[in-house]
Design a protein. Structure first.
Length: 453
């Protein structure tokens, strides 16, 4: 095979831009990874020859489909659904489903691309995928959500399978939605298989899957701090979001002796200088879960706390550690600068790509401990991988065993990041570089073994 010319980073990104018009989130995600990978592969000819990065940055396939459903007033509603299967070099496609009005093909392509590296980092055999719809579950009745989920699965079922592609939850998709989708899959195919993860415990779900992403992000933080002789105990934490990831990250911070100062939703954030303790976290779980309420209601219940509305974000509150756990691009360069100026020592991302490229550069330049989502939030998909193993073997593991697996997996991801993120010119580990290279290498080496396919 003829050796191709080395394409430089700028030309590579220009090409990604040209091939993906109107998809800024996807281009941003590829650019963030490519910066590190180009340096790593500079002297590794076969990755160039086989165009590995170019191939990982082109999804295996993108399915787009119409989802029709009927609302409670009898109106016919039309939404768009997608499944992006990015790469299955090391295992079946695996990645969540997101229901949110901000979902576009670009957002799902970025998430599926990130997922490919994240899943490789866990050490488990899972490829990368992501799916979703611009459907907004907020304000919809249970029956409307059920009809939507059933209609979504009526198309999706033909693209997934326990050994093909195994979706899970994400923003707007929790236990209720997974239940409706699994029920419809089972009805259409007449098969009870581990085709979705995040299932209820009664029908094949795994213990600690719900907690795993938030807990894992704090375990990663704990590993970073331990590596520099520090710990979570006594630290003040600013957290964004108030969904699954944020509330469980808050819970683990509290369990490890830290103090949580903020949580948020898309309308604004609450600041509680007394700390958001376990009882308050339980109240928020109930509020945002079963009651489907807004975070602003917190200040009516807990005196001394304040609510900052108009979509305000919590990054101006002084803290030792920050955990962005809401959504992508929720922390920009100026906000990163404020965090650093206020003495923030470490950032662990529970959400996917919550810090924009400017913010990432601020954290890197300030040399604080900064863990990108693809490493820090991999605990969720890791326990999903364990749910797949339990389903295949038709057994359920004990909680203590799963907790230990999660701790070990997060420690393993940390180790892999340290291996590739240590720099001769700095004492601080570059976790972004470490995660990008460790994830890339595993997928790339599998792709080399297959030749050009
Ligand atoms: P949830 O739907 O449970 O919660 C999402 C939270 O983020 C809510 O508080 C929501 O507020 C807020 N939010 C959503 N969109 C925006 C926005 N545009 N601006 C401000 N706030 C927003 O989702 P999860 O907790 O599951 O997911 C949060 C993040 O973690 C996502 O980036 C997801 O991809 C990532 N993640 C999740 C995993 C999981 O296991 N669940 C695994 C790995 C990563 P509101 O109520 O107003 O919508």
């Amino acid at each position: 095979m003829a050796s191709s010319d080395h394409v430089d980073l700028e030309r590579f990104i220009a090409g990604v831009n040209r091939r993906n018009p109107g998809q800024p989130e996807f281009v941003q995600a590829v650019q963030e990874v490519a910066e590190d990978i180009f340096e790593f592969i500079a002297d590794k000819e076969q990755y160039h020859e086989y165009q590995i990065l170019r191939r990982i940055a082109e999804p295996d396939r993108v399915m787009s489909f119409r989802v029709c459903w009927e609302d409670d007033r009898g109106n016919i509603r039309v939404q768009r659904g997608w499944r992006v299967q990015n790469n299955n070099a090391i295992g079946p496609y695996k990645g969540g489903i997101r229901f949110h009005p901000s979902v576009t093909e670009s957002v799902l392509k970025f998430l599926a691309f990130e997922q490919t590296f994240k899943n490789a980092l866990t050490g488990l055999p899972m490829g990368g995928g992501k799916g979703g719809s611009n459907f907004n579950p907020r304000g919809k009745s249970d029956h409307e959500v059920m009809r939507f989920c059933q209609s979504f699965m009526t198309e999706l079922y033909r693209h997934i399978g326990a050994d093909i592609d195994v979706p899970a939850g994400d923003i707007g998709v929790g236990g209720r939605e997974i239940g409706y989708m699994f029920g419809q899959y089972k009805r259409i195919t007449n098969q009870f298989t581990g085709v979705l993860t995040g299932k209820g415990l009664e029908y094949g779900g795994s213990l600690i899957r719900t907690e795993a992403t938030g807990y894992g992000a704090v375990y990663f933080l704990q590993n970073m701090l331990k590596n520099v002789g520090d710990s979570v105990e006594g630290k003040t934490a600013v957290i964004s979001g108030s969904g699954n990831v944020a509330t469980h990250a808050a819970e683990k911070i509290v369990q490890l002796g830290g103090k949580v100062l903020t949580l948020s939703d898309s309308e604004g954030f609450i600041h509680d200088p007394d700390g958001i303790d376990q009882a308050k976290i339980d109240w928020i779980k109930e509020l945002k879960g079963r009651r489907r309420g807004r975070i602003s209601e917190y200040v009516k219940e807990f005196k001394g706390a304040s609510f900052h509305g108009d979509g305000a974000r919590p990054w101006g509150v002084a803290c030792d550690v920050a955990l962005p756990c809401a959504t992508q691009n929720e922390l920009n360069g100026a906000e990163a600068q404020i965090l650093v100026s206020n003495g923030c020592k470490a950032v662990s991302e529970g959400a996917n790509m919550p810090t924009d490229l400017d913010g990432v550069h601020v954290f890197k330049q300030a040399q604080i401990l900064y863990a990108p989502g693809k490493a820090a939030n991999a605990g969720g998909v890791a326990v999903s991988g364990l749910e797949m193993s339990q389903n295949s073997a038709r057994i359920s593991w004990k909680e203590a065993d799963l907790q230990q697996h999660l701790l070990d997996i997060m420690a393993g991801i940390h180790e892999r990041c340290v291996e590739y993120g240590a720099r001769k010119d700095s004492k601080v580990i570059d976790y972004v570089r470490g995660a990008n290279i460790a994830g890339f290498k595993k997928v790339a080496d599998a792709m080399l073994a297959y030749g050009v396919v």
